[in-house]
Design a protein around this ligand. Structure first.
Ligand code: MTE
Length: 368
């Protein structure tokens, strides 16, 4: 099989070569519940760092009684193996649709391909924090910050990628330090030798090339938590923004996407199968997926292919018997907390282009 850069499949769609950012062709995405590693999307803000395994150490510091500095072998051998089947989705997924409404400069125009699913293995973050004697929350919530080895530049400063999650989430069993992806060691582009997997949260918190963990009183001050990956109201602009006002993103929202057809596709009349993915954040489940072929006038319920884990996406499919004509396919999902997707893009537009979960629409032409 032909491979492209970073051992990725030759069919992967490269959004940016440096730093490397790429995603699978949408039609391949909902073909299987576990995304093949060579098609798994990549979101990187800097170059893939070279790691010397002889000197590599993971440090655990901050509000802990026993700071730790662990070699890769210590981490692997001294802690129990843990597995989680989890979907990663970037907060910038579906940004391209938002840019059609109003430009979003300096951000990657992701289609709906900034999402993939893998089986991850490693050790529980909770076990490592317990070994380090992480403080319990005394009157105010604590945060766990993750620091990566890769460098990037923003606002004329060079710094390393990082971000944090609340200690309560960090201690939940599904949050792991992963060293395996789909049964193999983590590939360099996905964070070798070690990365965070924070299921149910935006992908940015699943820090790759992990080198340090800090337990602290405040959320991370890293650019990618303090400025980027914050959600602002539709009227806020790059010029008017006050970064402290934005919602610091954590749990994913409910979303659904059509993968089987592309915009303005010609389809043959008769029975057509429409399929795609849906996702609920924070460990919630997708309870229902509605699909329309007439722009949202009428709906039918899709058949759901629930994955084994509540941290996984739900693939769905539906069939329509269509005569020649123009049709607008629309999908929307409802999660187990009753959250629904907003109908229009206007309701979710924001100048950084995050968390677009408006109804997903695809126009097709059906011919004899
Ligand atoms: N970790 C580091 N160190 N550097 C990064 O640029 N990107 C984040 C996250 N972890 C990033 C990172 C973002 S925004 C996403 S969506 C996920 O990694 C993507 O993970 P993947 O490239 O394995 O798909």
């Amino acid at each position: 099989m032909k491979k492209s850069i970073h051992n990725k499949h030759a069919d992967i769609v490269i959004k940016q070569e440096t730093p490397f950012n790429a995603g699978p062709p949408l039609k391949r995405l909902s073909e299987c519940a576990v995304t093949p590693t060579d098609l798994f999307f990549v979101r990187s803000h800097g170059d893939v760092p070279t790691v010397n395994m002889d000197s590599y150490r993971l440090t655990i510091n901050g509000r802990v009684s026993q700071p730790l500095s662990l070699s890769f072998a210590q981490l692997k051998n001294d802690f129990k193996r843990a597995e989680v089947s989890a979907t990663l989705m970037c907060a910038g997924n579906r940004r391209e649709e938002l840019t059609a409404m109003k430009p979003i400069p300096n951000e990657l125009p992701w289609g709906a391909e900034a999402i993939s699913h893998a089986a991850w293995a490693g050790v529980r973050l909770g076990d490592v924090l317990t070994a380090a004697g992480a403080e319990s929350e005394a009157g105010f919530p604590l945060h766990v910050e993750f620091g990566g080895l890769d460098e990037t530049e923003r606002l004329y400063k060079r710094f390393k990628f990082g971000g944090s999650i609340p200690l309560t989430k960090a201690l939940s069993g599904e949050v792991i330090l992963a060293y395996e992806m789909n049964g193999k060691p983590l590939p360099p582009v996905h964070g070798f030798p070690l990365r965070m997997i924070v299921p149910g949260y935006i992908g940015a918190r699943s820090v790759k090339w992990l080198e340090k963990i800090t337990v602290q009183a405040e959320p991370s001050q890293n650019y990618f938590q303090r400025h980027a990956y914050r959600l602002f109201a539709p009227d806020v602009t790059a010029e008017s923004v006050n970064w402290d006002d934005g919602l610091m993103l954590g749990e994913l929202n409910v979303n659904a996407v059509i993968c089987s057809h592309v915009e303005n596709e010609q389809a043959a009349s008769g029975v057509i199968t429409v399929h795609g993915y849906s996702m609920a954040g924070g460990g919630r489940e997708v309870a229902r997926v509605d699909v329309s072929c007439d722009g949202g006038e009428t709906w039918i319920q899709a058949e759901l292919n629930h994955a084994a884990s509540s941290w996984a996406w739900t693939l769905w499919k539906v069939q329509f018997d269509l005569k020649p004509g123009k049709f607008q396919l629309v999908v929307r999902a409802v999660d187990s907390a009753g959250n629904v997707q907003p109908k229009d893009m206007e309701q979710v537009w924001n100048f950084k282009g995050y968390m677009n979960n408006a109804w997903h629409r695809i126009n097709i032409n059906v011919q004899d």
